[in-house]
Design a binder for this molecule. Structure first.
Ligand SMILES: O=C(O)CCC(=O)C(=O)O
Ligand SMILES: [Fe+2]
Length: 383
């Protein structure tokens, strides 16, 4: 089968167990954002393959938080580390839009660990590490500054071939939006648009949210093998691509940081979220093949989902699109904290995925993506 859309993936590989990898032990933060008061709010969201059972009121009951995180709106009176757009300012923070600052990164770096041979397939030991650290990719920077040695590719023939005005809408239009400057998405959006929103959640070098997500989900009390499923597990002689958290287990109740992320997505995009997913790419060996999300192939999903939102935490990976007909590919780096979204037509005209990283560029840094599928009422169709 060539059309590898989501439901196919799930039916064929999604239920396989992730054997042989124990839960990663991670550090205990000094302060947690567990008093967000959001724990229960998203626990009733359906998975992508199920219809939601009822209406969800995402903005209920935010008063009375005393905790370390302050977002926009009604949350007030916090004294802690995370400062957002709360009505009453906290002391000492820069008051940026919901950015979590002063995270829990430890100062000491485990050099031995970083130098360890990464090519071995026995990755279990590594998941006993403490929290993930931000690393600067010096190799990449050096490469960019290197003088070109190969002969340059050149074009022969005329450099302009058409003077006809073309008013057609592009097959994909990429919008860049600053999460620092606006509290909600306030630009036009068409179904052929991809939007990239930076800095809504955190500074790119602050891995607090990645580490909290991992800590909370791994200490939620559900057995690791039940909680995480290997995507594409062994269906093609491949050891699976990456892990997803199984929404059949009740992990969301114990993961306030996941709920905080989701609430921000709902607020920012004014989105009616119908389904969510927690993807974990444990290291650079994990990846996700090109696919259409379910709304491209299931008419019932298409009625209630016109937007996919993906937020990346942890290692910087590329999110890529492959044109369904021409197979042309376009790829975008996704630094820690970055959002990318795409509309209904992009999901039909293109497949998307997280490209595999060649073994020589191996890194043990992991990435989590939180995906929300749902409806926005301001999306314009393209004729
Ligand atoms: O990790 C990502 O950014 C992509 C995930 C994705 O496409 C999916 O879960 O359907
Ligand atoms: Fe997807």
């Amino acid at each position: 089968m060539t059309n590898e859309y989501e439901s196919y993936d799930r039916e064929n590989g999604g239920n396989r167990q992730n054997k042989g990898r124990p839960a990663k032990e991670i550090y205990k933060p000094k302060k947690r954002i567990s008093d967000l008061g959001l724990e229960a709010q998203f626990s009733n969201l359906s998975t992508q393959d199920e219809e939601p059972s009822g209406e969800h009121d995402y903005r209920r009951g935010q008063n009375g938080n005393r905790g370390n995180y302050r977002g926009r709106g009604d949350r007030r009176g916090g004294r802690g580390d995370h400062r957002g757009r709360g009505r009453r300012g906290g002391r000492g923070g820069r008051g940026r839009g919901g950015i979590i600052q002063d995270g829990y990164m430890s100062k000491d770096v485990d050099d031995d660990h970083n130098k360890r041979d990464r090519r071995t397939d026995d990755r279990n030991e590594r998941y006993n590490d403490t929290k993930q650290q931000y690393t600067f990719n010096q190799k990449a920077a050096d490469k960019v500054n290197k003088p070109q040695e190969k002969p340059l590719k050149m074009v022969t023939g005329p450099n302009t071939v058409s003077w006809k005005r073309d008013y057609s809408y592009p097959e994909m239009l990429v919008n860049f939006v600053s999460g620092n400057l606006c509290s909600t998405y306030d630009r036009p959006m068409t179904s052929r648009d991809v939007c990239v929103v930076n800095d809504l959640f955190c500074m790119q070098n602050d891995l607090s949210i990645y580490n909290l997500l991992l800590e909370e989900i791994q200490s939620c009390g559900i057995d690791h093998e039940k909680l995480f499923k290997l995507w594409h597990g062994n269906t093609r002689g491949d050891p699976g691509t990456h892990l997803i958290a199984d929404d059949g287990t009740n992990w969301k109740k114990s993961c306030p940081t996941f709920n905080m992320v989701l609430e921000k997505i709902v607020d920012f995009f004014k989105m009616d979220v119908k389904a969510t997913r927690f993807n974990w790419y444990r290291d650079s060996n994990d990846w996700k093949p090109y696919h259409h999300d379910a709304a491209a192939v299931k008419p019932d999903k298409a009625k209630t989902q016109n937007l996919t939102v993906a937020v990346s935490f942890g290692a910087e990976r590329q999110a890529a699109f492959e044109h369904a007909k021409t197979k042309t590919t376009i790829s975008m780096w996704q630094p820690n904290g970055t959002i990318y979204t795409f509309g209904r037509d992009v999901n039909v005209m293109w497949r998307h995925g997280i490209p595999a990283v060649p073994p020589e560029r191996y890194t043990d840094q992991g990435r989590i993506s939180i995906i929300a599928w749902g409806l926005v009422d301001y999306m314009e169709d393209v004729d």
